[in-house]
Ligand binder design. Structure first.
Ligand code: NAD
Ligand code: LMR
Length: 343
């Protein structure tokens, strides 16, 4: 291992004739989500058991000592797929030629805050990181934004990276989808693996809408299996406010489930969804009347490394009301960060 003031590297692991290694950058790598996420990336859970990875880890200077410890532990895990590990506090180094970026590094909220209250503290991070992505990342880079408020942070990063096509900037609503699946699994006794096509509209905020209308639970329609009162009442409220409930119970925001959802999101993008519908937030191209550019969670399928928005689902009056509510909140968030959008 070699160390200087702001860069740590563990290199030189043998290349054994497998596929070319991909460069995977993770920000906030010494934080709680990072600690759960890195092991899943390194083990092959995200990109497959035949895909070597080089990890490019970003922290801020006060996090560099913790990052050094995380890197020691990664090295001690002797993952067969890891081809190199770099730790740095310079985004231009972390994002260099990156094929995939997990934007996690930012402050979590406390129990007295809404996620949108974080925008003043966290928004500026995504200006500098967007510019660095623009300057040095692969032009095909796939980006997931996890740091909150994640939809608007993705918007900020995207606006500051004009070289990268907007569709490559996504934000994570997969945790909300997984929470919705978990609620239906618990209520019906059907394993999560048999619940499909349940997805989230809108913002990763209390206004989000887990849409049950197309969900299938062990071959049965969710809207036939569960009553409307539950679907539009306790089910919706539990999913929408789960983040706060976890902060209250754990004294810290969700980390393992968030890392797991980030793996699900990127694995599906990288490896495809086989026709299943999943939730991803990405800059709207006007789908379902959502104003262009707003980073909004839509029903998506992934194929050949592309995200395809399923843009022809029927919308009923409740869904329309929830979509409108999310548009309004995201427009407010966009107004609040207008000076960070570089226009
Ligand atoms: P944490 O405080 O444990 O870790 C964050 C890490 O980011 C720290 O190590 C910190 O030093 C680092 N960091 C801060 N600013 C940075 C910067 N500019 N560049 C690089 N690193 C930076 O927090 P956590 O629990 O890992 O959560 C991280 C973020 O993810 C929070 O904003 C949280 O609200 C969000 N989150 C989102 C979801 C979601 O579903 N979208 C779920 C859970 C958490
Ligand atoms: C979550 O949904 O768990 C995260 O976004 C953390 C939070 O602040 O709710």
């Amino acid at each position: 291992m070699s160390t200087d003031s702001n860069e740590i590297a563990i290199v030189g692991m043998a290349n054994d004739g497998m596929k070319k290694s991909i460069r995977v950058a993770v920000t906030g790598a010494a934080g709680n989500i990072g600690y759960a996420l890195l092991w899943r990336i390194a083990s092959g859970d995200c990109f497959g058991m035949n895909q070597p990875v080089t990890l490019q880890l970003l922290e801020i200077p006060p996090g560099m000592q913790r990052l050094e410890g995380v890197m020691m532990e990664l090295n001690d895990s002797a993952f067969p797929l890891v081809r190199g590990i770099l730790g740095t506090d310079d985004p231009n180094v972390a994002f260099k030629e990156a094929d995939v970026i997990f934007l996690v590094g930012s402050r979590p909220r406390t129990k007295d805050m809404d996620r949108s209250d974080l925008v003043a503290a966290n928004g500026p991070i995504f200006v500098g990181q967007g510019k660095a992505i623009d300057a040095v990342a692969s032009s095909k880079v796939k980006i997931i934004t996890v740091g909150n408020p994640c939809n608007t942070n993705a918007l900020i990063a995207c606006a500051n990276a004009p070289r990268i096509p907007p569709r490559q900037f996504t934000a994570m609503t997969r945790l909300d989808q997984n929470r919705a699946v978990g609620q239906m699994a618990e209520r019906s006794g059907v394993p999560a693996s048999k619940i499909n096509d349940l997805f989230i509209w809108g913002n990763h905020a209390n206004t989000m809408y887990p849409d049950p209308r197309f969900a299938m639970v062990d071959g049965k329609s969710a809207t036939e299996l569960f009553d409307r009162e539950w679907l539009q009442g306790d089910f919706l409220d539990t999913v929408a406010t789960r983040g706060k409930a976890i902060i209250v119970a754990r004294g810290a925001s969700s980390a393992a489930s968030a890392a797991s959802a980030a793996i699900d999101h990127m694995r599906d993008w990288w490896q495809g969804t086989d026709g299943r519908i999943v939730s991803m937030a990405l800059p709207s191209e006007g789908w379902y009347g959502v104003p262009e550019g707003l980073v909004f969670s839509f029903p998506c399928r992934c194929e050949n490394g592309d995200v395809i928005v399923v843009d022809n689902l029927p919308i009923d009056s409740f869904a329309q009301m929830k979509i409108d509510e999310n548009i309004a909140v995201l427009l407010e968030e966009r107004d609040a960060v207008s000076e960070l959008l570089g226009k």
